[in-house]
Design a protein around this ligand. Structure first.
Ligand code: 5AD
Ligand code: SF4
Length: 446
């Protein structure tokens, strides 16, 4: 049997796409492998969001070139595919920079992968079109992958933040219909999935065709999904503050499947920098929005993305970011040094922040965010919570799962609890996960 190795970099959208590519290849007779040395097809699903992410791809392609040569010596053909946002952004250039690559395919053309692989036997191929047909209509049905699953409901972004390549690599915002999403959700749940994370580059701008002919919001979509029997939890990511409609806030109070966790990137706390980033909101607008969300769901856990060292960022601007983090209090966060991306407006600016300053600011910010995360987890000790069990744990007899607030928890329970929600008391906070005890009888009953 032929084997396919699919490696994904970057965001959850890419992880979802990688799964769908594995499905496409499975329909062509390729079984999945984690061992690149035995793969007949290697797919790198790339990320272009920051410079480091893109450079990683080229070093990986250098290693793959050697591997391809070694396999050829023992009579094995290896097709190398570059997919994802580097493929979309650099297209044909990848063929000249990486001689081992056979196929370059953009995110809208994954359903064409079998054709592209066939064509690549004649000549190296590039497909970075935005095809007229909808790839979702041409992808094979999804196979079950565990207790939690991603489901793409929206792609693309119309926001054009000054630092970001996404509007260029992923194109304009497009939403799938409520019916298509509910249908895919049903299949996932039939396959054992209990928690679905709805994903989109700007997911709360979702506006898909609804059952009544009108456009549905993300709040409506989650209402429709809560009727899917067997589905226990819903999450969504990534959102933009300016698309946070009242009905989405309300969903956190009224829809019991919507988990009390929100990833809402703010990027900076300085109004001057936010303006330069074309974010179109201020630090205070973000604070007010969070206050409204907390009024609807007081226990909501908050996460965010931050960029330090955007061109022109002064010490005073950075202090505003630190002040915003202190004011809000995050349970988790991602923070990055600004890196210029070709083709974005910010890349044209000449007032770059020195690397050493970026390093210093990132360390200070991450230190504060780490302290907040630890404090958040420490405050959970002693509380009673519900864990959706995802898998067996690190030690025999243990299982692992997540709280509604997306904290990882390990506790003793039989593997038969996988896929169920178990009431657990948190007993201890480790550095990366919490530990707990199932309430008496709860785990045994599962
Ligand atoms: N430099 C650094 N970080 C970036 N991000 C996006 N573009 C850049 C860039 N050019 C970050 C933002 C975004 C996250 C996915 O990646 O914080 O929310
Ligand atoms: Fe990029 Fe901004 Fe769109 Fe997020 S909202 S994908 S950061 S342009």
């Amino acid at each position: 049997m032929k084997k396919a190795y699919v490696k994904s970099y970057g965001c959850q959208m890419n992880a979802y796409d990688a799964g769908r590519m594995a499905d496409v290849l499975a329909a062509e007779g390729y079984s999945a492998t984690d061992t690149v040395e035995e793969a007949d097809v290697v797919v790198l699903n790339t990320c272009h969001i920051r410079e480091k992410a893109a450079e990683k791809v080229y070093s990986e392609l250098g290693r793959l070139r050697v591997l391809k040569g070694e396999r050829a010596e023992s009579g094995h053909d290896t097709r190398i595919v570059v997919a994802g946002c580097v493929a979309q952004a650099e297209g044909r250039e990848i063929l000249s920079r990486a001689p081992a690559v056979d196929v370059v395919v953009g995110p809208q053309s994954y359903h064409r992968l079998p054709d592209l692989l066939r064509q690549s036997r004649e000549t190296r191929v590039v497909d970075t079109e935005f095809p007229a047909e909808d790839k979702f209509d041409h992808l094979p049905a999804r196979r079950n992958r565990g207790v939690t699953g991603f489901l793409t409901v929206q792609e693309g972004c119309d926001k054009f933040c000054a630092f970001c390549v996404v509007p260029y690599t992923r194109g304009a915002e497009v939403s799938r219909s409520v019916a298509a999403v509910v249908d895919e959700a049903r299949r996932l749940v039939e396959g054992g999935v209990r928690e679905i994370t709805l994903i989109g580059q700007n997911v709360n701008a979702y506006h898909g065709d609804g059952p009544d002919g009108a456009l549905a919001t993300l709040g409506h979509l989650m209402d429709a999904l809560s009727a899917v029997p067997g589905l226990l939890r819903l999450r969504y990511t990534t959102s933009h503050p300016n698309d946070f409609a009242d009905d989405l806030i309300a969903a956190h109070a009224t829809n019991p499947l919507v988990m009390p966790y929100l990833h809402l990137p703010v990027q900076s706390g300085s109004d001057r920098i936010l303006h330069a980033m074309n974010r179109r909101h201020t630090g205070d607008a973000y604070r007010r929005l969070i206050e409204r969300i907390r009024n609807a769901r007081p226990d909501i856990a908050l996460s965010s993305d931050f960029i330090v060292g955007f061109p022109g960022e002064t010490d005073a601007d950075f202090a505003e970011t630190m002040r915003l983090v202190s004011d809000i209090g995050f349970s988790a966060a991602f923070s990055f040094k600004y890196s210029p991306r070709a083709g974005t407006p910010a890349a044209e600016r000449e007032d770059a922040v020195p690397e050493a300053v970026k390093t210093e600011r990132l360390a200070a910010l991450q230190d504060l965010l780490d302290r907040q995360r630890h404090a958040y987890n420490a405050a959970s000790v002693g509380t009673l919570t519900e864990i959706l069990v995802e898998k067996t744990g690190r030690h025999p007899g243990q299982v692992a799962g997540k709280t509604p607030h997306l904290q990882a928890v390990q506790f003793d329970a039989p593997a038969s609890t996988i896929g169920t929600v178990v009431p657990v008391r948190i007993t201890r906070a480790g550095s990366n996960s919490l530990f707990g005890e199932a309430l008496e009888g709860a785990a045994a009953a599962a």
